[in-house]
Ligand binder design. Structure first.
Ligand SMILES: Cc1ncc(COP(=O)(O)O)c(C=O)c1O
Length: 356
């Protein structure tokens, strides 16, 4: 089976972890600080704050911007559920806006109609590693004085007009085991705002600046040095791995014939966390997945049920009718695109998908 994702764990990951174990200092320490520095450099921002996961990075970032009960945050329904849940954690309400068919990302043309006096922020999600149309989003945010909180969990190193994901507003990344840069579990917040960064550091660590003096209610969302050690080894591979993903995606785009392949517009630097095709025209997606599975091609469905259609979400956020997201949720299939694919793997994927 060619797996849809395959984390790479090399000698460096093992060596760095053993160094932490040998040091006897396992909790948040110098490796976390180093990983934060590397992320800030990569994104071209002043601050990076590590957390335990992408989910906690989103949660902390929302809180640091003062978002809470009575507020609304505009986001996409076509995402991993953590995007919307992080909004609920704060007591605010997610307001879902439909996506653009060709990008899978929130459609900026539909956002203004969803803005109310309660709207405090827009949370664009750079799904699959493809940055949202940030010029359009920034113009709306400027006009209505809204915070932009990028869910860049799938988009480490992705660019738009030369700017890196996580540098448009406040950014949140996931370092979950299958992400382009991983630390097993982990998260990262990026920002140029000194006050937001300071809040994030407080919220991450029980509101504590001076040991056992607490300035506010906070959490323990600290990353451990063990996790950071893995992340540091991965950061050294990012550029090479992103190029490999791009090469694989290009090969698939050039050779797949029977399905809708993903397009990349000029000015966008896709990092291909996922390579997602569509079986359109009312074809049976489940049958296609089974056919690929039987042929040894791993697949993923990201995501089969849009966030606004999860049963509890209807109770929390109300009813939304979002036809594009609802249609695409029935059509998408993600194929292997990870850097460990061989040419033979790519040829197998193409041959089998072209039989659909
Ligand atoms: C778009 C998106 N948002 C949020 C998250 C949450 O990240 P984590 O799983 O690290 O909590 C993920 C990761 O799975 C994601 O893909």
């Amino acid at each position: 089976m060619i797996p849809v994702s395959k984390p790479y764990i090399g000698e460096e990951e093992k060596t760095y972890v053993m160094e932490v174990l040998a040091s006897g200092m396992l909790a948040q320490g110098p490796r976390v600080a180093k990983l934060e520095e590397r992320f800030a450099q990569l994104c071209g921002v002043k601050h990076a704050i590590a957390t335990t996961s992408g989910t906690t990075a989103l949660h902390v970032a929302l809180l640091a911007h003062g978002i809470g009960p009575g507020d609304e945050v505009i986001t996409t329904p076509f995402t991993f559920i953590a995007s919307a849940n992080s909004i609920l954690f704060t007591g605010a309400k997610p307001v879902f806006v439909d996506i653009a068919e060709e990008t899978f990302n929130i459609d900026p043309a539909l956002i203004e109609a969803a803005i109310t006096p309660r709207t405090k922020a827009i949370m664009p999600v750079h799904l699959y590693g493809y940055v949202c149309d940030m010029d359009a989003l920034q113009a709306i945010a400027d006009k209505y004085n809204l915070v932009i909180l990028e869910d860049a969990c799938q988009a480490v190193g992705a660019t738009y007009q030369g700017k890196v994901a996580g540098s448009f507003g406040t950014g949140a990344f996931s370092l979950y085991a299958t992400k382009n840069v991983m630390s097993g579990e982990g998260g990262m917040i990026t920002t140029n705002d000194d006050a937001v960064a300071e809040q994030c550091r407080l919220i991450r660590n029980h509101g504590m600046k001076r040991r056992y003096y607490h300035e506010m209610v906070g959490y323990n969302f600290r990353m451990s040095d063990l996790h950071a050690a893995i992340g540091l080894a991965q950061m050294d591979r990012l550029e090479r791995f992103t190029q490999a993903r791009r090469g694989n995606a290009q090969y698939l785009n050039a050779n797949l014939k029977t399905v809708v392949t993903p397009k990349v517009k000029d000015g966008y630097g896709h990092v291909w966390h996922q390579y997602t095709i569509r079986v359109d025209g009312g074809r049976d997606r489940d049958a296609a997945v089974k056919q690929l599975d039987d042929a040894g091609v791993g697949t993923g469905i990201f995501y089969p049920v849009p966030a606004h259609q999860q049963e509890y979400m209807v109770e929390e956020a109300g009813e939304f009718h979002l036809p594009v997201a609802e249609k695409l949720a029935k059509e998408v299939i993600s194929l292997p695109v990870h850097p460990q694919l061989t040419q033979a793997d790519l040829e197998t994927i193409v041959a089998e998908v072209n039989k659909l």
